[in-house]
Design a protein around this ligand. Structure first.
Ligand code: PHE
Length: 334
């Protein structure tokens, strides 16, 4: 053989340069590199064939092919650098942050009004020395009713008010947090002072003042020589902490199965009226006895506060449903 055809070299040059220029991304460029500069590329085959040439022809053809390889290698490198730069520019553009755009104001959350009021009520009693006690919302009828002196034929036991989880097993959704007080008395000897915050359930139809689920903070104090004066003073402290320092309380005779005597407790309003706020009374000796406490040695008072009612009275909420709807405008108001 006497040499290689310069026209072949020119074709390879053109094809290689065109392929590198046309490569639109790194993958296409690599494919072009393998096709035009790889070991199995036509250029490689020509270079391998140099050994069969005469010495002079080999020198001339070798120089030509080396020059072509150098030129294509440089073109590949140029294209690689260009593609890399374009890719970086595209990424920078995509990730650009416009620091001059208007800031989005954070809208921090906050505890729900009911949660706030419940915590405030608990705080008032914690300040008076009451501990906080907790109990299950799914409760045994024995704790919700029997030990609280609510006999089986009492109207509150009917399905009208009570939501039964398992009627045969006498398992209910607690209708008040009084069963937590029962559990407290059964668990430890007096003296005892606890408040029991939590959700309670009753089979009530929903209207502006009724919800089948609502929140209570009930309280119990059992000690020696506890009188109604202690109850009154405790509730007066509560009324003034929650509604204002000039408030008075008024106890009206009432009835609860677990207290004797029992009272509805009113709090005075700024314009000389009275608002019914809660129920209370002296723990019935039968309840103390049922809970293992000797009523000849110990006496106690109990009260039950409806958190929704306190929240509504204090903040002028007219419909209890507003407390449960989750309307963002209502939530943001407190
Ligand atoms: N347990 C009563 C209720 O839920 C409230 C209450 C508690 C009344 C303690 C008197 C004493 O209605």
């Amino acid at each position: 053989m006497e040499g290689i055809d310069p026209a072949d070299v020119a074709r390879l040059r053109e094809a290689g340069l065109a392929a590198f220029t046309a490569a639109a991304d790194a993958d296409a460029l690599e494919e072009a590199r393998v096709a035009h500069l790889g070991r199995k590329a036509p250029l490689g085959a020509l270079q391998k064939g140099l050994g069969a040439l005469d010495a002079d022809a080999r020198r001339a053809a070798g120089a030509l092919l080396n020059e072509l390889r150098a030129e294509l290698t440089a073109a590949h490198e140029d294209r690689r650098v260009a593609l890399e730069g374009a890719e970086l520019a595209a990424r920078l553009a995509a990730e650009r942050l416009d620091l001059t755009g208007p800031a989005r104001r954070p809208r921090p959350g906050r505890p729900h009004l009911l949660t706030q009021v419940e915590a405030e009520i608990v705080d008032v009693f914690a300040g008076l020395g009451f501990a906080v006690a907790d109990g299950p919302e799914v409760e045994a009828g024995r704790y919700n009713f029997d030990l609280l002196n609510i006999p089986p034929d009492h109207p509150a036991r009917g399905t009208m008010d009570t939501i039964y989880v398992d009627e045969a097993a006498d398992v209910v959704l607690r209708t008040h947090t009084s069963p937590v007080q029962v559990r407290t008395m059964l668990a430890a000897p007096p003296p005892l002072a606890v408040v029991c915050p939590g959700r309670v359930y009753r089979a009530d139809a929903v209207d502006a003042t009724h919800s089948p689920v609502f929140t209570q903070v009930e309280g119990l104090l059992v000690a020696q020589d506890v009188t109604m004066a202690h109850l009154r003073g405790t509730l007066l402290a509560f009324a003034r902490a929650m509604f204002g320092p000039d408030r008075e309380v008024r106890l009206r005779p009432s009835f609860f199965p677990f207290t004797e005597p029992s009272a509805e407790v009113d709090v005075s309003t700024e314009d000389g009226g009275w608002l019914e706020v809660l129920g209370a009374g002296m723990v019935d000796p039968a309840v103390l006895t049922a809970c293992g406490i000797d009523p000849d040695r110990w006496s106690g008072f109990a009260f039950g506060i409806g958190v929704e009612r306190v929240a509504m009275l204090r903040h002028g909420v007219r419909d209890i449903r507003d407390l449960f709807d989750g309307d963002a405008r209502f939530l943001a108001a407190f």
